[in-house]
Design a protein around this ligand. Sequence first.
Ligand code: GLN
Length: 482
Amino acid sequence: MQAAGELTAEQITAAAVASIRASEPDVNAFTHVAEESAMATAREIDRRRSLGQPVGELAGIPVAVKDVLCTRDMPTTCSSNMLRGYRPPYDATVVKRLREADAVLIGKTNMDEFAMGASTETSAFGVTRNPWNRERTPGGSSGGAAATVAAGNLPLSLGTDTGGSIRQPAAFCGITGLKPTYGRCSRYGLIAFASSLDQVGPMAWSVEDAALLMRIIGGFDPQDSTSLDTPASDYVNATAAPDVRGLRIGVIRDAIDHDLLSPAIRHAVELAIDVYRDAGAEIRDIRLPHSRFGVPTYYVVAPCEASSNLSRYDGAHYGFRGAPGDQEMADSGPLAATYCRTRAEGFGTEVKRRIMLGTYALSTGYFDAYYLKALKARRLIRSDYDAAFEQVDMLLGPVTPSPAFRLGEKLADPIQMYLCDQFTVGANLAGIPAISLPGGFTNDSLPVAIQLQGPPLGEVPILRAAAAFQKATDYHTRRPGR
Ligand code: GLN
């Protein structure tokens, strides 16, 4: 549309800003909207184009960025009081690549504090609401990134996925979300939650758009020591003429037969099986016997890594510093008292819970029983996937046990919140790529989703199969209120 010159970058950006203004009072998807710099970027792109100068692949396209990614010209808060107002001196590599592609960065999206959560309710900037139903959560932790795309404000956003935070909000909001293979997208400038699990990825209106964004943000980065130095795959081409004939798709039996799986989601997966079978894929049943240990394993590994990563927020290095009272100073000395006050006031309840869990599990005497045990379980979970991918090309299953739940419904019960992640954490623990696709609607018009998971570096076959699904269905084209 833009390349054809029908609309200027300025017009597109102005429309996105107006749309955000209209939905923000209800949805609250953003922690920061960078209207002025977005408009300036757009005008500059129009100027360059009018001079016949080359412009990037995303020229004039508004993109929103989860507030866990460093941006040098916007605050980067992780939706935490600990980093309120913090302005990083540099861009995350993925953000830098967006700018190089001439994307228009519209702002930073709301999230669960430090990406810990599944509902965007733990944000210090207020909850984000699901555009499909304002009484429901958009999912989390990339809830803002999903909600702004679902609300139709803009076509693309960047999320991050440590245990499901791209796929679960994509599922709740009826959009497409890809968690790439661990190491495909640079983590440089991604504020760390659990470093061995964190991955950046695209959230979009369609598989094609997600593939395009993946092409821009993916690829080796020498500034991230875990970045994979593999040739870039042709993600976009994979979606061009999707064909699944002969593709071996494994249906994850353990997930389909799971007690907690809601009938609407089981139905969506069953319909997807039909779509693929009709398109010529070969469907098999697969078991992942250790998948039932996914949630307990993840909720040891992730808090352990978080407790280490978040130790840097001490009131000295970054952001907020708490002021201890005289008595606290006298009791513990000024340094310890400052650490304690800073963390007591700067972090919310869920972040504190994770730090305590992780510190406990890593402490002498408990390390073997918890952390080491979790690493062994992680290995078994990965082995299940390895065995599965000997038999099939990819796996099909649900993303979430239920459609978007009500705001407040699980806030008082962390275990219930953690159980939302049971079909997503496996891909993070194993480091494999996985995509969430709109797969239908409940009777009360809430989106439901299906998930495809593939072997390491299997983005291309996944995107191809995902594009085939979107060719055969129209769920991804629907927007709230339409
Ligand atoms: N819901 C999971 C958690 O709370 C996943 C979070 C994420 O992927 N960032 O840890």
